[in-house]
Design a protein around this ligand. Structure first.
Ligand SMILES: [Zn+2]
Length: 275
């Protein structure tokens, strides 16, 4: 089965950069204290910890205005963003970091140590829409030490494959009844950067695809109540969400995480046969 999203990545990316208003998505709630503020193509997530805001990914810079407007539309002030967690060092996820820093100057930028090094890889420095912006990373994730702010706890897990230092996130918070709800986000599952051809061309570790496959399998054992992909189409987010933008409950499904990882793992395994 072909990974259609991955095959069309250049086309939709050009649309996102040149006519971002065509991809606008009204914000919606994905967990008790978490909102989708990205567009129809790339995910950007806002977490209200009750003691300040955390942003997960920043989207392409051309759509920064749209993501900021979505935060205001929810009634939040982007000045309250204290931390920005980044899934991986590709410009569709880190592109608006500097735009957000214009608004919230005391914000700390987080990325894995591995992908902070990957920022300077030649693939990220090619001129054009795939070039990453210059960003300053303040903190690296420590997968052994959960990050807590307010009543939200975030665990990270290095999940290499899509990039050498992609991270997965397990974000726990109480629901209305005090029961803990965990959101799982795999930071990057696109197989576009996992073919033998791509890995060889860019002198990347040839084992990255296998690391991704192994990581997906290992992560299935994590308990996740709400599965969120870093691009909505990678995990059918838009068809799984409910019609009510404030009701996250249609997304609660503790079996979805393993199902999602299995599908994404199969896409990568398909490349084993093609290569
Ligand atoms: Zn990516």
């Amino acid at each position: 089965m072909a990974d259609a999203i991955t095959k069309n990545v250049g086309k939709v990316w050009a649309q996102a950069a040149n006519t971002p208003w065509e991809l606008h998505c009204d914000p919606f709630r994905i967990a008790p204290q978490m909102y989708y503020i990205g567009n129809t193509w790339v995910g950007v997530f806002l977490i209200d910890t009750k003691e300040g805001l955390i942003l997960l990914d920043t989207g392409v810079f051309e759509a920064a205005y749209d993501f900021l407007n979505n935060i205001y539309a929810l009634g939040y002030d982007p000045k309250e963003i204290r931390h920005i967690f980044l899934t991986h060092a590709h410009p569709d996820h880190i592109g608006s970091v500097n735009q957000f820093l214009q608004v919230s100057k005391d914000t700390k930028i987080w990325l894995s140590r591995t992908d902070t090094e990957f920022l300077h890889h030649p693939i990220n420095q090619e001129e054009g829409i795939f070039k990453v912006p210059e960003i300053h990373v303040d903190c690296f994730y420590d997968d052994n030490v959960p990050f807590t702010m307010g009543n939200v706890t975030i665990r990270t897990r290095l999940a290499p494959g899509h990039t050498p230092g992609t991270s997965a996130f397990f974000i726990s918070m109480p629901d209305e009844n005090g029961k803990t709800v965990t959101v799982g986000i795999h930071g990057g599952v696109g197989t576009n950067s996992m073919s033998d051809e791509y890995l060889a061309k860019w002198h990347l570790d040839p084992t990255l695809r296998q690391q991704f496959i192994d990581g997906c399998e290992a992560m299935k054992s994590e308990h996740v109540d709400i599965t969120i992909p870093s691009h909505p189409a990678h995990g059918d987010l838009m068809s799984r969400r409910g019609a009510d933008a404030n009701d996250y409950r249609p997304l609660v499904d503790e079996d979805e995480w393993a199902r999602f990882l299995e599908i994404r793992k199969k896409f990568a395994e398909d490349l084993n046969q093609k290569n």
